[in-house]
Design a protein around this ligand. Structure first.
Ligand SMILES: Cc1ncc(COP(=O)(O)O)c(C=O)c1O
Length: 408
């Protein structure tokens, strides 16, 4: 073989073989090697309930090793589904049973399972602007055409949503799905007020649009209990509520769930191609929940994250005003900063990087462009002192970019 011949399956050859959807997607957010990572929305490492999970794992294996270590079916471990259903039944007053719940490999996979079941090439999915890039990637990968709808600091604007849905109807390509984070939106931190929730549900029902309520951060409620869910307002009809134990127990578990009317759940279960999520983890999580350790653990997490939110908000006021403005989130992991006119997110991110701090430009959170004047800053992963130092450095970065912009 000639020395300079292309090797078989070169990078270029592999590229040529990729599915068309791959080229449509932006890369996912990643962990940063910088000393201060305010980029990845990850929970506090020190409060992982390691000992409790170790014990729960032991109990799960002792109780039924064969059950834990063999295939457990596509819908997942029934007692865990029943626990989730009982919680949601109590919360919503609706008759939620284990038949209304399917277990997924994290809520990211729940969204993918929903997309696999309902979204085909060209189907229209409406999302907020901004929204969770994981959802954008998932819907695009299934061929969706994504339309975004403007938000303000309290989330999606119902009047704008009505216009989008009416326009879709008039063009003959009706929207099929609306993806919403009602509580502590990633990235904007917005929480939809109840009147907007009611208006959004009414619009979805009027237009025959399936609702996806992504509840990833519910539980990380920093200013009191969450407002009435879209699921409750919709009476559990035409809605899929996606939840997860990632933020309240551990992201590494990959245990999430979807709650919906049983006709929908059956179709989601039908569209599983992975032989179900790990039964051993379902049983471990169930043991942990049944031990009574979960609620006090989540209460402790709320205290930790409230302290971090407040420390970072104070540091933002001290070091970053007047270059940024923001609305304090009532829960979740994120501050969403609006940059002063003339400052551009990418330059600020680069300047922060030079100072050892990773923050995320707003541009990745919009399905159809925008976010040059926005930065997402994660407050969940670092302790208050590190957060203060990181935000101080972001302040220096902002000042440097503002000075450069002033000179230009
Ligand atoms: C809004 C939102 N939904 C879903 C997820 C996925 O979480 P997981 O798959 O760990 O449950 C995330 C993760 O950061 C998120 O921010």
């Amino acid at each position: 073989m000639a020395q300079d011949a292309e090797p078989a399956f070169s990078a270029a050859a592999i590229e040529a073989l990729l599915a068309p959807a791959v080229g449509r997607l932006e890369p996912p957010t990643s962990l940063s090697p910088l000393p201060y990572d305010l980029n990845a929305g990850v929970p506090d490492r020190d409060s992982l309930p390691v000992r409790e999970l170790q014990e729960a794992f032991g109990r799960a294996l002792a109780a039924d090793a064969a059950g834990a270590l063999t295939y457990g079916g596509q819908q997942g471990y029934e007692p865990l589904r029943a626990w989730i259903a009982a919680r949601q039944s109590e919360e919503t007053g609706l008759p939620v049973t284990s038949a209304h719940v399917t277990l997924t490999t994290g809520s990211a996979h729940g969204i993918d399972n929903i997309a696999a079941t309902f979204i085909g090439e060209g189907d229209v999915v409406v999302v907020g602007a901004p929204t969770y890039p994981g959802a954008i990637r998932t819907f695009l990968a299934r061929g969706a055409s994504i339309i975004d709808v403007p938000q303000d600091e309290r989330g999606i604007l119902p009047a704008a949503l009505a216009r989008v849905l009416d326009t879709r109807r008039m063009t003959g390509r009706q929207a099929k799905m609306l993806y919403v984070q009602a509580n502590y939106d990633n990235p904007s931190g917005a929480t939809l007020p109840v009147d907007r929730r009611q208006a959004i549900v009414a619009l979805a029902q009027q237009h025959g649009v399936l609702l996806v309520e992504d509840d990833a951060y519910t539980g990380i409620d920093l200013d009191g209990p969450p407002l009435t869910s879209l699921y409750e307002i919709a009476g559990g009809r035409g809605i899929m509520r996606v939840g997860t134990f990632s933020k309240t127990i551990a992201t590494g578990l990959r245990v999430g769930y979807v709650t919906a009317q049983p006709e929908i759940i059956q179709r989601l279960v039908f569209m599983r191609f992975d032989n179900g999520s790990p039964p051993v983890l379902h049983r471990m999580v169930h043991e942990f929940l049944m031990s009574g350790a979960y609620d006090p653990h989540v209460a402790r997490l709320r205290d930790i994250y409230r302290e971090r939110r407040d420390a970072s908000a104070n540091a933002l006021r001290e070091f970053c005003e007047p270059y940024v403005t923001f609305h304090q989130p009532a829960g979740g992991f994120f501050h969403w900063l609006r940059l002063q006119p003339g400052l551009d997110a990418r330059s600020v991110v680069a300047a922060a990087q030079e100072r050892g701090v990773a923050v995320t430009p707003g541009t990745g959170y919009y399905a159809s462009g925008g976010g040059d004047d926005r930065i997402r800053l994660v407050f969940s992963a670092l302790g208050p002192d590190d957060l203060r130092e990181a935000v101080r450095r972001v302040g220096e970065a902002l000042e440097a970019v503002a000075n450069r912009a002033g000179r230009a």
